[in-house]
Design a protein around this ligand. Structure first.
Ligand code: GTB
Length: 212
């Protein structure tokens, strides 16, 4: 069944891996599934045709036959569930990996998104200088907890899985802030994930679209 995803026609980061279609591309590359990409402008995302697939008018989406999905967590989980390679066969290990997918989105990512809000939407507020250290400290606390669990392991629970794909995707957004470098084992974890051939292919494909 042919797979089509949506991505930014012109990504604000110039296609350098920060838009969330990267996660979906990466998952598809890991499981060796070819896919087509439909590029959408910011205006087109809000049109009824796209909103019928993505109720919040965003990217990415995922279509496969009659199935249409939105939300990267759900899409990556679907890919991992549908095709071998991204989730362990053992039922308990699989449940733990799924737990980490949820944790990446519900526990690790929220304070990281707060940083984007604090910088981009609230950076010029009179109280921005006071808020920023609080936001940074909340992220540090999460990173400390995650680094404690990861320890010296390569991946969070055995072999690389969709959990690591999601966790690394969430963490890599911190690189520009310098916070990741405060936790060398996490910086190494993200670097290890980005060194995977599947990630490199996903990154290159997104960058190619945005190349001038
Ligand atoms: N919870 C949803 C998911 O995980 O799929 C969130 C989807 C989402 O945030 N989509 C963004 C979007 O469509 C693109 S990824 N925004 C347009 C809109 O809402 O109108 C977020 C993103 C975009 C760009 C950068 N960047 O260039 O640095 C980083 C992250």
């Amino acid at each position: 069944m042919a797979i089509t995803i949506t991505a930014f026609e012109k990504s604000p980061d110039g296609g350098r891996g920060l838009a969330r279609d990267t996660r979906v591309r990466w998952a598809l590359e890991e499981v060796g599934q070819p896919y087509a990409v439909r590029l959408v402008s910011f205006a087109a995302m809000k049109e009824p045709e796209h909103v019928a697939i993505h109720p919040f008018g965003q990217i990415p989406t995922y279509e496969e036959g009659g199935l249409a999905l939105f939300e990267t967590g759900a899409i990556v989980f679907h890919i991992a569930n549908r095709f071998p390679g991204l989730l362990p066969e053992d039922a308990d290990a699989r449940a733990r990996a799924i737990t980490w997918i949820f944790a990446s989105l519900n526990t690790v990512e929220p304070p990281i998104l707060e940083l984007q809000t604090a910088k981009i939407l609230e950076g010029n507020k009179p109280w921005a200088g006071e808020r920023m250290p609080l936001v940074m400290d909340r992220i540090r606390e999460r990173l400390k907890q995650f680094a404690a669990r990861l320890g010296d392991a390569d991946w969070i629970d055995g072999d690389f899985s969709a959990a690591d794909l999601m966790l690394a995707s969430v963490l890599l957004r911190l690189r520009a802030s310098g916070l990741l470098d405060e936790f060398p084992t996490l910086a190494a974890y993200v670097a290890r994930a980005e060194a995977r051939p599947a990630y490199k292919r996903a990154f290159a494909a997104q960058l190619a679209i945005n190349a001038p």
